[in-house]
Design a protein around this ligand. Sequence first.
Ligand SMILES: [Zn+2]
Length: 345
Amino acid sequence: MKAILFREHGSLDALDYVENFPVPELAPDEALIKVRYAALNRLDQFVVRGWKGLDLLLPHIPGADFSGSIVALGEDVTNWVAGQPVTANPSLWCGHCTFCLAGQQSLCDTFAILGEHVRGSFAEFVKMPARNLMAVPDGFSMKQAAAAPTVAVTTWRMLVTRGQLKPGETVLLVGAGGGVNSFSIPLAKMLGATVWVVAGGAAKAQQATELGADWVIDREAEPNWSKAAYLHSGKRGVDVVVDNVGAATWEASVRSLKKGGRLLTVGGTTGYTGQTPINIMFGRQVSIIGSTMGSQLEFEDAMRLIFAGKLAVPIDRVYPLAEARQAEERMQEGVHFGKILLEVN
Ligand SMILES: [Zn+2]
């Protein structure tokens, strides 16, 4: 089958397009899907680079998100039929540890993500446990079905389950353009929050406004965005800050919080070690709340709203599968707004 793979860890140059990779073999509980579209995530780039303790079966195929059609089913799978258009929750969990039994699948003792620990979706065919699948409704965009899963489940768990974002609260999103941040705008608006965005440049500021942001700070015009947010809040600070930028913005994010505020994070693209002013933590009694991926229930809750057309994940560009490296380079440059897709079949 056609696939994007790497034989050893390295830069994005390690990504190679091949046409003769073996089709995955199914376990009894799995489905084989012919991929229509796959979507990029920052995770792909971390996996290509590798990290201490990541022990992959090489060559490895990246890719967490996809849409496609079922072509074969393992012998234990009875509730799906071949030909059904599907998408899937990219989280992989054991189903029997104490966290899984409590419905906290993203805390599973052996938690993994498609394309991170197992071969992923940048290929003609991908296999997935059937319990992860969700049917794509007739006529629904297969691009949107591929763009949504990781962003939808991650953002839903972060804002709804972990962040407890409430109507009337103000949320400040640090950064615009990435999948989670761009989807956080419509989701936070749907939850009844006022949405402020820190955007890098006039183009992204404009796109955030078009998505429904109530107030946008262009950090190129206003580098001290934390102070600007503080003043704009009437010197009270904001209820919730979302920071997935990490080291570069962490301290400013903590300083933007009001008394009793919450700082939410699902990642740190500029580094994982940020300065936390401890006096603000106790003085303003703020909370730092981490979140990652989500449960099957959270995935399905978010996807139902997307399938119903009440929410949409912004899409940046679509590249052919063979140009995955160029697509990853666009994401690495940070010039994109929304999800970057690969057209596979
Ligand atoms: Zn488990």
